[in-house]
Ligand binder design. Sequence first.
Ligand code: FMN
Length: 129
Amino acid sequence: MLRRVVYTSRSIGGAGLSTVSLAHILGAGERNNRRDQITSGLVVHGDRILQALEGPANEVGRTLARVQADPRHTDVEILVDTTTTRRVTGEAIALCDDPEAFLRAVSLPCLSLMTAEVAEAFVERRLAA
Ligand SMILES: Cc1cc2nc3c(=O)[nH]c(=O)nc-3n(C[C@H](O)[C@H](O)[C@H](O)COP(=O)(O)O)c2cc1C
């Protein structure tokens, strides 16, 4: 069994995550998630962040604890926390290269309006695809 967590958060410092912060997050994510058998998808839009983390339950728990304690973002809100046998993410950490398209796909103008229902529906659609 795998654990899937989807959370939203808000980056610290005005205009969103800096390129340097993002590069560091992607670097750490690539290295650690590979080691921990975690796959993950990250959407960054303005100062809003959405991440899905999937993998062995204990590893997801450890990763989430580090991520939640990271001072580069705040207001971490867990929308989905479930067990599953199938992943919807495929890479160690994949940054969504078209956040506007992601928002259109979930019919939201802004990531801050993301709800558990919308996140769950998106996951279900990915599983059905
Ligand atoms: C929005 C966000 C997402 C992150 N995602 C991950 C992740 O998927 N995996 C990870 O190991 N660290 C992630 N981090 C970084 C961790 O908070 C932490 O800096 C890192 O795990 C420390 O790793 P290190 O001890 O190898 O440097 C993320 C941080 C932020 C702010």
